[in-house]
Design a protein around this ligand. Sequence first.
Ligand SMILES: [Zn+2]
Ligand SMILES: [Zn+2]
Length: 158
Amino acid sequence: MSRFAYYADFVLMPAMILVLLVLGSPTLAGVLFGAAAWTLAEYAAHRVLFHRPPLFKAAHDEHHARPCGRTGVSSLHSFAIFVGLALLLPADVLAGFALGYLAYITAHHAVHHWRIGPRHPLYGLKLRHAMHHHGVEANFGVVTTLWDRVFGTYLPRR
Ligand SMILES: [Zn+2]
Ligand SMILES: [Zn+2]
């Protein structure tokens, strides 16, 4: 995808989160709930939508094949989804959900594009995610291993 479609989320999401937190009279509980809900949505989307034909599998297969390319979900699509969610969710829950998404795209970008050595805090994630990329139907979570552990798809790094 284009450079814009890949990177726009890294600008749009912080801007949207800021607007939601400033204008939405947020509660901490609402933000935390939204962030926790993101982790389950991330796991479910990756395991169910991205790994099963035919919905998003082709695009996700491209990411598996070229993890260091600008592959994945376009910022235009993700932003459209967040605009849709704005009609359904309270502002603070949506801000937490978007914070979780921002953590996800940042960590996922980092493991594929940054030099991460054994002493880096993301090293464990990098190894677990690399196992996922090498054809193991496990380690779907990026932000947390919680749901992989709950649903029996967690494989410790090797
Ligand atoms: Zn995958
Ligand atoms: Zn990846």
